[in-house]
Every structure is written in C-alpha cells, then in structure tokens.
Design a protein around this ligand. Structure first.
Ligand code: FES
Ligand code: FES
Length: 188
C-alpha cells in the first residue's frame, strides 16, 4: 500500500532540482537593505518593538532578534510551510511576511500556541508520536491550529486540502492527519 501524501507531494521533488526557482537568491531576502524603523506588534500576547528594515521577513525577526527558533526556515519562498505562524489568527508564511506588514498585529508562534504545550494538537502530536526528524512539525501544527480555530470538526478532505502546502520530507502525513483528527475529537 502506498503512503498517504498531501495532494501536491508528487510534485515536490521538482522544487528542489538545482536551479529551480533560483532559491539561492531568495535565501538572502533578509539582507535586503532599507531604512530602519521601530515597528510594534505583539508576539505570543507580549508587546514587542523591533528596530529593523520594514522589508525584513518576520521569520528572521522571530529567530534572530527575538530568539524564537521554534519557527523554522525551509525554502524561504513560501513553498514548504516550515515557517508558518499566525498573524491575527491566520496562518501565514513568515518567510514571505514583512516586518512592516505585522505592525499593530498579533503574531503567534509555536512557542505561544498554548500555555503548557497542551493545545489539543500538541497533545495529539505527542500521543501519536507524529514527528520523525521534527523539522517541519512546528509549521504543521501552526497550520493545523488555524484550521481547527475556524472549523472544529473538519472532514478528512478538508484537513488534507488545508494542510496541502505544508511539506514533510520524512513523509509523516498519515500521522499528521490522524493527529489533527484526534485533536478534533474524532474517534480514530
Ligand atoms: S520557509 Fe517559509 S514556506 Fe518554506
Ligand atoms: S518530520 Fe522530518 S520533515 Fe517532517
């Protein structure tokens, strides 16, 4: 029996062919020069003010300035979902989200998803031993959390469609699906 994959999985390898999408230039988006300014927003319910280039990507602000390394860098091009966080409750790719665009907004990262790592998704993830290497899993959980926040009882197809852009190179899709279903209270 073949492994369950998100619907885009067969096409993923092509993204990493040498030269595909020219990701070598994308990696250095954080170095785009610009005038620095103070930008205020909240991260995990705490107000922060960051002095930086307004075009700096939120991913690097979180990881390098705020020392929140739970949010991961994968592709830097909005293609893998490893960097997923919430902005005003909506799942976004922080590698593409500018610092300027979160001014006055509410950012939530994996570190702030729950007070004691006890979000139903986090509990299900542990119960089902969902991760393999773990690299993609913060993004997977944040993507799934945005779904359950608006749809408490998603169907299998709705889960797959919502998670479709979050890539797991270890192929843990079946366990992710089960974990989301368990967090939704579905008897699996
Ligand atoms: S690192 Fe942001 S989508 Fe891949
Ligand atoms: S658990 Fe390894 S990339 Fe997803």
């Amino acid at each position: 029996m073949s492994a369950l994959t998100w619907s885009s999985y067969p096409a993923i390898d092509a993204w990493y062919e040498p030269g595909a999408y020219g990701y070598g230039s994308i990696i250095f988006q954080s170095a785009i020069p610009g005038a620095e300014m103070a930008i205020s927003f909240s991260v995990n319910m705490k107000p922060v003010s960051v002095d930086g280039d307004p075009q700096e990507r939120l991913l690097w602000v979180l990881r390098e300035q705020l020392n929140m390394t739970g949010t991961k860098y994968g592709c830097g091009a909005g293609l893998c979902g490893a960097c997923t966080v919430h902005v005003d409750g909506r799942a976004v790719r922080s590698c593409l989200t500018t610092l300027a665009s979160v001014a006055g907004k509410r950012v939530t990262t994996i570190e702030g998803l729950s007070a004691n790592n006890d979000h139903p998704l986090q509990k299900a993830w542990i119960e089902l031993q969902t991760p393999q290497c773990g690299y993609c899993q913060s993004g997977q959980i944040m993507q799934a959390a945005a779904l359950l926040a608006t749809n408490k009882d998603p169907s299998r197809d709705e889960i797959v469609a919502h998670m479709d852009g979050n890539i797991c190179r270890c192929g843990t899709y079946p366990r992710i699906l089960r974990a989301v279903q368990r967090a939704a209270g579905q008897d699996i």
